[in-house]
Ligand binder design. Structure first.
Ligand code: FES
Length: 448
C-alpha cells in the first residue's frame, strides 16, 4: 500500500508527505480519529448536573455533558436539523442545548425536546425519539479523565492503554500517591500551531534528543527539576536517575525516570516556602504509600496514541493535539493539580505552568518553532523526494527492562517507530488485534 512504502521501518525511513499532504490528512480523520480512543475532558470540568464543556474529537466539535441524573455523555455538537452547533459556549451549565438556527432544543441526555410549531409542521411526519443528538458509542472515564471512541468495536479503554497506564497514572494521581483526586486548573489553554499534529505527538513520545532546543530554559534554571542555586537540569538529581524510553504495542510511548533509591524531594519551588512545604510533605507521603520501589518511577512525558500527550511531574498536564488541517494543529492544554491542594499552591502552579508551557510558555515556544519549520520542510517538491531519518538506536530495545513494555535505556527513536507503525496499520484499515499489537509481538524496529 501507499503507507507501507511511506513508513519503512526496516530502513528507519518515513516519507515527508505524511506531514503535509491534504489527502493523507483527510484519510487520517476517517481512519485514525474515528477509531482510536480520544481524550475529551475531565470530570472536574463538569461536576454538577447540567454542566457541559465543548470539546473536540478529530476535526469535529463534541459536547461533554453531565445530565440531570449525573450521567456523563459525549455528543456530536451538531443539530440533527441542518447541522448548526447546538452549543456555542466553551463551557457552562444548562437545562437544554438550544440550536440558534431554528431553535430545536435537546436535553442534557441528548433527547430532542423542543421543536417550534411541532404540531402544525411535524406531527405525523417525524418521531422526535429518532432525532436525538448523535452520541459516541463508546465512552469511559478513568481517574477523572473522560475518553471516547466512535468505533463501537474498540477494545475497552484499559486494554487500549495497556502498560502505558502506569506512566499516565503518575500524571493523574495526587502528588502524595493517592489514586486520582486531580482537577483541571481553570481554564483550558487553546491555540493554533502551524504544524502537522504528528510532529507534536511524536515530540512527546520522549524526544529527549531535542533538549538542546530548550537551552534557554536550562540556562535560567526554571526547568521542572531545577534546584535552588543550580542552573542547568543536567547538574541535578535527575542526572542520577536511570532514564527509560518505553513504547507499547498500541502505539503509545513515554520517557520516564527511575530515581535513585534514596532520592530526595526536588525543590522547584524555592521561591515559595508554602508550596515547597506542600510538595515536601507530598513526597514523604507518596514514598510511604507506594513503597520504596514504585516511588522511584517518575514520568517526564508521554503520548497516548494518537494525539494525547502528558507531562507527568511538574508541570503536570494533558495536551491534546487536535488535527486542524494538514499543516495546522489546535493545541489544548489541561493543567492538572491536586483538587484538595491549598489555594496558594494552586495559584502558584497556575503561574508556574503558564511560564513553563502553553502558548506563552518558554519550552512550548521553542517546540512550536521546530514543528512549524519541520512542517514547512515536509512540503517542498524537492524535499518530498527525501525521507526523514528514524534510525536512532535502531534495534537497541528489549522487553527485559526495569519496567513493562519495549524499553530502551538510551535515547531512542524506537517510540516514534512504533507510533508510525501503528499509524500505518490504522491507515491500512487493520483490525483491532493488529492495532493492539496482538498479531506482531516482535520489537517494532524489525517489522517491515
Ligand atoms: Fe438546528 Fe435548524 S439547524 S434547528
Amino acid at each position: 500500500s501507499r503507507y507501507n512504502s511511506l513508513i519503512d521501518l526496516r530502513k528507519g525511513e518515513i516519507g515527508r508527505e505524511i506531514f503535509s499532504s491534504r489527502d493523507i490528512y483527510e484519510e487520517e480523520l476517517e481512519k485514525v480519529f474515528t477509531r482510536a480512543w480520544l481524550f475529551v475532558g475531565h470530570e472536574s470540568q463538569i461536576p454538577e448536573p447540567g454542566d457541559f464543556f465543548s470539546s473536540r474529537m478529530g476535526g469535529e466539535s463534541v459536547i461533554l455533558a453531565r445530565d440531570k441524573k449525573r450521567k456523563v455523555h459525549v455528543f456530536l455538537n451538531s443539530c440533527r436539523h441542518r447541522g448548526m452547533k447546538v452549543c456555542q459556549y466553551d463551557h457552562g451549565n444548562t437545562q437544554l442545548f438550544t440550536c440558534p438556527y431554528h431553535s430545536w432544543s435537546y436535553t442534557t441526555d441528548g433527547k430532542l425536546f423542543g421543536v417550534p410549531q411541532f404540531k402544525s409542521l411535524y406531527e405525523g411526519c417525524m418521531e422526535k425519539e429518532a432525532w436525538s443528538l448523535i452520541e459516541v458509542p463508546r465512552m469511559e472515564t478513568y481517574k477523572g479523565t473522560v475518553w471516547a471512541s466512535w468505533d463501537k468495536d474498540a477494545p475497552d479503554l484499559l486494554t487500549y492503554l495497556g502498560d502505558a497506564k502506569t506512566h499516565l497514572d503518575l500524571a493523574l494521581d495526587c502528588r502524595d500517591g493517592r489514586e486520582g483526586g486531580s482537577e483541571v486548573l481553570f481554564g483550558v489553554h487553546k491555540w493554533i500551531i502551524p504544524c502537522n499534529w504528528k510532529f507534536a505527538a511524536e515530540n512527546f513520545l520522549g524526544d529527549t534528543y531535542h533538549n538542546v532546543s530548550h537551552r534557554s530554559v536550562d540556562l535560567i534554571g526554571i526547568g521542572p527539576s531545577a534546584e535552588a542555586g543550580v542552573k542547568g537540569r543536567r547538574d541535578n538529581e535527575m542526572e542520577k536517575a536511570r532514564h527509560v524510553w518505553v513504547n507499547f504495542p498500541a502505539g503509545h510511548g513515554v520517557h520516564s525516570a527511575i530515581m535513585p533509591e534514596d532520592w530526595e524531594f526536588l525543590n522547584t519551588y524555592q521561591n515559595n516556602p508554602v508550596v515547597a512545604e506542600y510538595f515536601r510533605e507530598a513526597h514523604a507521603k507518596r514514598k510511604e504509600r507506594l513503597g520504596a520501589e514504585r516511588h522511584r518511577l517518575i514520568p517526564f512525558v508521554g503520548t497516548i496514541y494518537p494525539n494525547v500527550s502528558f507531562h507527568g511531574n511538574q508541570p503536570r498536564n494533558l495536551c491534546v493535539w487536535h488535527p486542524h488541517g494538514p499543516e495546522s494543529t489546535e493545541a489544548w492544554r489541561f493543567f492538572l493539580v491536586d483538587a484538595d491542594a491549598p489555594q496558594e499552591v494552586k495559584d502558584f502552579l497556575r503561574s508556574y505552568y503558564m511560564r513553563y508551557s502553553g502558548p506563552a510558555g518558554m519550552t512550548e515556544q521553542d517546540d512550536m518553532e521546530n514543528w512549524n519549520y519541520a512542517t514547512a520542510g515536509s512540503r517542498g517538491v524537492i524535499a518530498k523526494r527525501y525521507p526523514y531519518n528514524y534510525t536512532q538506536s535502531l534495534g537497541r530495545v528489549g522487553t527485559d527492562g526495569p519496567v513493562a513494555g519495549n524499553v530502551s535505556l538510551q535515547v531512542s527513536e524506537e517510540n516514534p517507530r512504533q507510533f508510525y507503525r501503528r499509524w500505518r496499520d490504522y491507515m491500512n484499515g487493520a483490525d483491532w488485534d493488529t492495532l493492539l499489537g496482538r498479531r506482531d509481538a516482535g520489537p517494532a524496529s524489525i517489522a517491515g
